[in-house]
Design a protein around this ligand. Structure first.
Ligand SMILES: [Zn+2]
Length: 132
């Protein structure tokens, strides 16, 4: 993918698909194509990502800062649900420019973020049996 080569160079990995556990957690809450198309990159982020941000989604690609995503924990599930919401937003027509425009009154006012935080929290509550 050209965009990825520009950001990371050609040596970058291709990411991974969701594993069986992740499919099981998220299958009731996301469209099948979202879970099918999402690719996870751990420890690989764009150089321009703000230091306070632990992840970013570009299209179907979810990039986590090293150690940010703890699989099979409540926090990890909430975080990945949040990022999968962004993947679904891209698949529904959001672009990075639309995202930036929506953030013009601040990150917390961005309706795409409001939706992603709500969804992350919702999925987390359904899976409250996981360790934090
Ligand atoms: Zn977000």
């Amino acid at each position: 993918m050209l965009e990825k080569e520009i950001i990371f160079g050609k040596s970058s990995s291709k990411g991974r698909t969701l594993n069986a556990d992740e499919h099981r957690y998220f299958q009731p809450y996301f469209q099948a194509r979202t879970l099918h198309l999402a690719r996870i990159f751990e420890g690989q982020i764009p150089f321009w990502l703000a230091e306070k941000m632990c992840a970013i989604v570009l299209g179907q690609h979810i990039y986590f800062r090293e150690g940010a995503y703890q699989a099979n924990t409540l926090r990890g599930v909430e975080l990945l649900a949040h990022e999968l919401t962004h993947v679904e937003q891209y698949l529904s027509g959001m672009t990075f420019l639309k995202y930036l425009w929506a953030a013009r009154y601040g990150y917390n006012q961005n309706p795409y973020e409001v939706e992603a935080y709500a969804k992350g929290k919702y999925v987390g509550e359904k899976l409250h049996v996981l360790p934090t």
